[in-house]
Design a binder for this molecule. Structure first.
Ligand code: MGD
Ligand code: MGD
Ligand code: MO
Length: 716
């Protein structure tokens, strides 16, 4: 790709932009890093190549309609939109309103996420809407809501981390997944206070080796026990912040009592992390916390998907928050707890009503006052807003079932690759009466659709996103979209009109933002003091930003968001069922990401240099494990779980625990990691178990030669 600035007009200015896209008149574009406090001019490799996707030959430029022979053929907007609305009406009159459902995405702008929630409830009149953030942020969100009464990923500006002497980073491989973020760890690294918890010696874990940091390498899925062990040491050695606990929290006694059983030697037996390392880590954290209390640099605890994407992800994240509360970190200026939100609009995407149980402003759809407020803003009777729908895994499981979902709209997700138990999801998508996918590429999900709607990419449309710090950023179009593609706001406006929906559906992002701001007024995520002019001219806009305020860079300094102003320590411990589902298999599969690919790969597998760097799925296996299984470097292997099997190439590496194998989920077809996942979901958040799946691994050669009877035994 080109990195030299092109001669085009630079249309983007101002703070609040991580990068600029410069566009010459031939439609080509190049991405340049900008100086911005969160990324300091850095951008990851995918960011640099994102411009290539704007004018990619695979780009969809006309609606596609499946013909009677089952082939997707180019059609026109004026043909497909009435067809969609007619079929929606037909399906609903036969099977009820909830037979139609919507699956959204955390990459949508705030305006699109808001409008999609409204479109589902008021135009499609269905309760069934949920989104891919259920697979991403739901456990951290549930834990944050439970402990603090509010979920803003980082309740402080990211740059605050630059003052820390200790950072505990659990289950995040930020060096690969958010490279520009790593610079904020430098102070802690230099102070010898960077602690990374990961079953793999990841690129991030390796940073600890450059200082005097610590890498803890637990068995996957045992972080909850590890965190209880760390908290045990804090309490047993009297390192907790008693004044903070007494004045700013409740629930200490119950939690402290429960910690008695989690002495380090016992935790070592469960996690494989040496008791000495558990004690050293707890003491290091406590030193950082004390230093902050005395006016020195502080301590932070941060979580990523590695600890959150589990069947007990909410409890594990809660245990991380409990540890932070014991040490007195949250709600102070020099220390804190936060989660590293993932997708482009992973924060805003979870605030504006595309969650099954949510109305805009992070309001609960079951709360009568919230319903009345949102209905009034929209000028509709409150009774028109349906109740809570199904969380993502249940929603996908309902596809094509009797009494289930017959029609699905997908906006900004590729669940055929990214959802757990992918083969069941693909069967469900195939069994629908109508699947409508909006995308700019023919993703694996779009390829199954009856109608594909070509929409705009990030650099072609106006809108806001809210970053991992809760900071609202305005994004302006930098390039002209290809003819034939339309904005999703326009698509929703047209369909709402055809469906005779009440209330306003505008294709003007500023108009929808203004409505979003009003709908959010008084909610947790209050944007009511924001409009595009404020975003352009004002200081950095951190929510809550009620009208008349100047936003909230640091939350909880005076009070937490619960009615009594206190944070809550919630007693948690490993559930027998969560642990049992992991024990019987010879190996544990952990899934996650590579530097070069993004998510389901729908975009990055289309960039030649990214594909060349990582052409297909490779299973990371420890050499000792490989030897025991007769697997050599680059052997073709078959990975089998109770849900299915996937194929990959073996990659022998001492960077992983011998009891663990790792597979990225960016690939489609036989290499889809999610053919193997789907064990269970978190009872609080609905998060699927993505990070720990019991599996067997064999070479494909051995498998092909094995007698059929024996294979059955192996698979069972
Ligand atoms: N290159 C790239 N960057 C991305 C993305 C991408 O797809 N590609 N996606 C974006 C999105 S949406 C998100 S949510 C973020 C995710 O960012 P991360 O959370 O950093 O990503 P993951 O690779 O899913 O998981 C992080 C680490 O968790 C470890 N892990 C697995 N199981 C366990 C466990 O049981 N315990 C612990 N402690 N660790 C475990 C894995 O080995 C892995 O190194 O990245 C964002 N950035
Ligand atoms: N095994 C395993 N599975 C996982 C994870 C894991 O760690 N392990 N991580 C989970 C996580 S954290 C996440 S976030 C999900 C992500 O999973 P997906 O939601 O499937 O992620 P993407 O590949 O980003 O899919 C987005 C799709 O929408 C399109 N798109 C992008 N922007 C827009 C837009 O503005 N509008 C429309 N209409 N389309 C758009 C893209 O071209 C792409 O086809 O995967 C989850 N799945
Ligand atoms: Mo994510």
């Amino acid at each position: 790709m080109t990195v030299t600035p092109l001669a085009g007009q630079d249309q983007g200015h101002g703070e609040g932009r991580l990068h600029e896209v410069t566009a010459p008149h031939d439609g080509g574009a190049t991405v340049t890093g900008r100086d911005f406090p969160t990324n300091r001019g850095g951008l990851c490799r995918k960011g640099w190549s994102a411009a290539e996707l704007l004018r990619h030959p695979d780009r969809l430029t006309a609606p596609l309609l499946r013909d009677p022979d089952g082939i997707l053929r180019e059609s026109t907007w004026s043909a497909v939109l009435p067809l969609i609305s007619d079929r929606v009406r037909g399906i609903q009159s036969e099977h009820g309103q909830d037979a139609v459902a919507v699956f959204g995405g955390g990459g949508l702008t705030n305006e699109k996420a808001y409008t999609l929630g409204k479109f589902a409830r008021l135009a499609l009149r269905t309760s069934r809407i949920d989104y891919n953030g259920r697979f991403c942020m739901s456990s951290a969100a549930a834990a944050g809501n439970r402990a603090f009464g509010m979920d803003r990923g980082l309740p402080f500006p990211l740059a605050d981390l630059g003052n820390a002497s200790v950072v505990l980073l659990l289950g995040s491989n930020a060096a690969d997944t958010m490279p520009p973020f790593v610079q904020h760890l430098r102070a802690a690294q230099a102070a010898g206070g960077l602690i990374v918890v990961d079953p793999r010696r990841s690129a991030t874990a390796r940073i600890t080796e450059q200082g005097r940091g610590i890498h803890l390498q637990p068995t996957p899925g045992t972080d909850l026990a590890l965190l209880l062990g760390l908290a045990h040491v804090v309490v047993a050695e009297g390192l907790e912040d008693r004044a903070f606990l007494a004045s700013r929290t409740r629930g200490y006694d119950d939690v402290a009592r429960g910690l008695a059983r989690w002495w380090p030697e016992r935790v070592q037996g469960i996690t494989g992390v040496p008791a000495t390392a558990i004690r050293a880590t707890a003491r290091l954290l406590a030193r950082g916390a004390r230093s902050a209390a005395e006016g020195g640099p502080g301590a932070y605890i941060l979580t990523g998907r590695g600890v959150e994407q589990h069947a007990d992800g909410t409890d594990t994240t809660t245990a991380a928050i409990n540890l932070a509360l014991l040490l007195g970190l949250p709600g102070t200026t020099a220390s804190g707890y936060g989660t590293l939100t993932g997708q482009g609009n992973g924060q805003g995407g979870r605030e504006h009503g595309q969650k099954a149980d949510q109305l805009p402003g992070y309001r609960r759809i079951t709360d009568p006052a919230a319903r009345a407020h949102v209905a009034a803003v929209r000028g509709v009777p409150e009774s028109l807003i349906p109740g809570p729908g199904l969380p993502a895994v249940e929603l996908l499981a309902s596809l094509g079932r009797a009494g289930g979902t017959r029609c699905l709209f997908v906006h900004g997700a590729n669940p055929a690759v990214s959802a757990p138990d992918a083969s069941a999801v693909i069967d469900g998508l195939r069994s629908l009466d109508l699947l409508v996918v909006s995308d700019f590429f023919l993703s694996e999900t779009a390829a199954l659709a009856d109608v594909v709607l070509p929409v705009l990419q990030w650099a072609e449309e106006e809108g806001t996103v809210t970053n991992l710090e809760g900071r609202v950023l305005r994004r302006r179009p930098a390039v002209v979209p290809p003819p034939g593609a339309r904005s999703e706001l326009w698509v929703m406006r047209e369909l709402a009109r055809l469906l005779e929906a009440p209330s306003l559906f505008s294709d003007d992002p500023g108009t929808m933002f203004d409505e979003l701001a009003r709908a959010s007024a008084g909610g947790l995520a209050d944007y009511s003091g924001l409009d595009y002019a404020v975003l352009d001219g004002g200081p950095p806009a951190y929510w809550p930003y009620p009208s008349g305020s100047a936003g909230t860079p640091r939350l909880f300094l005076d009070a937490f968001a619960h009615a009594d102003g206190r944070a809550v320590l919630v007693p948690v411990s490993p559930r027998a069922d969560a642990a049992a589902s992991r024990t019987p298999a010879p190996l544990l599969l952990a899934t996650g990401r590579l530097l070069e690919h993004y998510q389901s790969g729908a975009q990055t597998r289309r960039v030649p240099e990214l594909l060349a760097a990582r052409p297909g799925p490779r299973l990371q296996v420890h050499p000792a494990t490989a030897q025991a299984l007769g697997i050599r470097q680059d052997d073709a292997v078959v990975i089998t779980s109770t849900h299915g099997e996937a194929r990959a190439t073996a990659d022998l590496s001492g960077d992983i625990r011998p009891d663990t194998v790792f597979l990225a989920f960016h690939f489609a077809g036989a290499g889809t990691a999610n053919l193997l996942t789907g064990g269970s979901t978190d009872p609080v958040s609905g998060m699927p178990e993505f990070k720990t799946t019991p599996v067997r691994v064999t070479t494909s050669a051995a498998r092909e030669h094995r007698p059929v009877g024996e294979e059955r035994v192996a698979v069972a």
